[in-house]
Design a protein around this ligand. Structure first.
Ligand code: N01
Length: 536
């Protein structure tokens, strides 16, 4: 059936105005489609709009964490630091929105709440928080893998007399912690970034740690104009390398295994790479995340670094992860995290040993009866990742089937992009794609380009829709699961496997084969007349 004659308000609705949503609007518009974008925020930015906490910055280098599709944009924008801070990334996205005139097609301050597929007209009716209904042929969810805050419900929370914050929904005005006693719950990437900055201001900071994380110093720097100009002169080549890299970064892949070199040489190489800084340290050797003995060498090195840095041996021991391999959770990248614990006004509280029981007016009550008296509480407790932003929407496909019900046992997708029973619905960076395991800006471009090409195919072939076949969806999901089985990801509880949200099914929500292999799989499907998709 073709719905070419059916009335629609727009060709495509794009939900979310972060990196993926912005590029989707640009690309689809360029292809001649009419587009409406929606975002609950008052401006563009997605993650970088919401995560305004002090110390927030990206752990991918700024030159790489930026759009690659336009050499003009690349050359016009000048990054000031190796790892850009949140305000700078937000300014960059605002610059892109201005340059490409994207805002005119986006309705801000408006969430999409629901979308229902109509089988007769082969259209989606999208309902927003303002009560508007928009009918579109295509629905693209650029809702972000880390956009729904996880706030643990602590008994007595409403009785707490102080201020509370979540890193993922930080106020727009600067928050002053001067003279205040502050607790940060959580020591993931957000907690590890925010704690040192709050410590600089607060009267006293308590860092409440349940599980220590591996973190690698960023060794951030400010770009000198000459060095930046030189780096930008090689941008095309840098991008070409990034597209060929499993993680979407231009850095060379490791070539030797941990035990290909003797102990002294291994140490020298570890040190040399440590001095470079950043998460790429994890890829010093080929086998760190695939071989336990190799992993143990990397772990021992990090432990040693913690002991070197943190003066109190007991605190150093508590900060050292011992219960899971490095890389099983996302490695953090920090600036001054361990040094923070050498301050007299910072206390590490082990809430694995003495768990948080609840809140009372004066602060946090621990199981031992101890009350951590505070004025402010910062939740750095993460997100209902990958699926949370999709399953909170009321999305009804064929026969009124609810997407959240379809995913009750864990998400199932074709290529991480499409879902059987939901024609013309496209996920960007959805479960089953590389998503945050690669450079999200490049993955966003790749996802949008694939979807835009698919929409071009639909239109040029006089079709109404593309819809994933159940068998293709099963095959892709099983492929992702089998890659996951051979990884170390299930050896730690983390948001990667849904373990941070009570009741969430434990499945690894990513494609682990790396960006180039993923792109090949997507391209092959497209080249083979959208193999595994029903042409509606
Ligand atoms: O969240 P997390 P995040 N009681 O889930 C603790 C990206 N990101 O916001 O480990 C006590 O990693 C929880 O403890 P445990 C990046 O992809 C990137 O920090 O479950 N503690 C953990 O310590 C990252 O991986 C950047 O035992 C509780 C913490 O809260 C992802 O976002 C910066 C608790 C949550 O850690 C998420 O990072 C920031 C409870 N009830 C974020 N509940 C960069 O680019 C939770 N915790 C650098």
């Amino acid at each position: 059936m073709s719905n070419a004659s059916t009335h629609v308000d727009v060709d495509a609705v794009v939900v979310g105005a972060g990196f993926a949503g912005l590029y989707a609007i640009h690309r689809l518009r360029g292809d001649g489609l009419s587009v409406r974008g929606f975002d609950g925020a008052t401006d563009v930015g997605g993650t970088w709009y919401w995560n305004r906490y002090p110390g927030a910055r990206c752990d991918v280098e700024s030159l790489d964490y930026s759009f690659s599709f336009s050499p003009e944009l690349e050359q016009e924008w000048n990054w000031t630091e190796r790892y850009a801070s949140q305000p700078e990334i937000l300014r960059y996205l605002q610059f892109v929105a201005d340059r490409l005139d994207l805002r005119r097609d986006i309705t801000f301050g408006t969430r999409v709440d629901a979308a229902a597929f109509d089988e007769d007209s082969v259209t989606w009716t999208v309902r927003t928080s303002s009560g508007e209904e928009v009918r579109a042929r295509f629905l693209l969810l650029a809702t972000g893998p880390l956009s729904v805050a996880n706030v643990p419900s602590l008994p007595g929370q409403e009785t707490f007399a102080g201020r509370t914050f979540h890193t993922g929904g930080w106020p727009h005005e600067p928050v002053d912690f001067t003279g205040r006693r502050v607790a940060v719950i959580g020591t993931g990437s957000s907690g590890i970034q925010v704690a040192p900055r709050i410590a600089e201001q607060a009267d006293h900071l308590y860092v409440l740690q349940r599980t220590p994380n591996y973190t690698i110093p960023a060794h951030n720097f400010t770009w000198e104009p000459d060095a930046l100009a030189e780096a930008k002169a090689g941008y095309r080549e840098r991008r070409a390398r990034a597209w060929q890299n499993a993680g979407g970064s231009p850095n060379p892949a490791p070539t030797q295994g941990t035990f290909d070199v003797d102990e002294a040489e291994r140490r020298r190489i570890f040190e040399e790479r440590w001095a470079v800084g950043g998460a790429r340290w994890l890829r010093t050797f080929t086998d760190t995340t695939s071989d336990h003995a190799a992993n143990a060498e990397a772990v021992a090195f990090v432990h040693e670094k913690i002991r070197e840095r943190v003066r109190d041996p007991e605190v150093a021991a508590k900060l050292s992860p011992t219960t899971y391999p490095i890389g099983a959770r996302r490695v953090c990248v920090d600036t001054g995290y361990w040094d923070t614990f050498n301050r007299g006004d910072v206390t590490l509280v082990d809430v694995r040993e003495d768990p948080i029981e609840g809140l009372e007016p004066a602060g946090l009550r621990l199981r031992s009866g101890r009350v951590v008296e505070i004025d402010d509480l910062v939740f750095a407790t993460g997100f209902d990742a990958m699926t949370g932003a999709v399953t909170r929407l009321d999305i009804r496909g064929r026969d009124g089937r609810q997407l959240r019900d379809e995913w009750a046992e864990g998400p199932r997708t074709a290529l991480g992009i499409a879902v059987a029973g939901f024609p013309n619905l496209f996920l960007l960076n959805g479960p089953g794609s590389p998503s945050v395991l690669a450079n999200m800006v490049l993955t966003s471009e790749q996802q949008v380009n694939w979807v835009a090409d698919a929409l071009g195919y639909v239109r040029s072939h006089g079709l109404a829709a593309l819809e994933a076949e159940p068998a293709a969806q099963d095959a892709w999901t099983e492929h992702c699961n089998s890659l996951a089985e051979h990884s170390m990801m299930f050896e730690a509880d983390s948001w990667y496997i849904g373990a941070n949200i009570p009741g969430k099914p434990r499945v690894l929500m990513f494609y682990l084969g790396g960006l180039p292999a993923y792109m090949r799989a997507c391209d092959e499907v497209a080249a083979d007349d959208y193999r595994g998709f029903v042409k509606v």
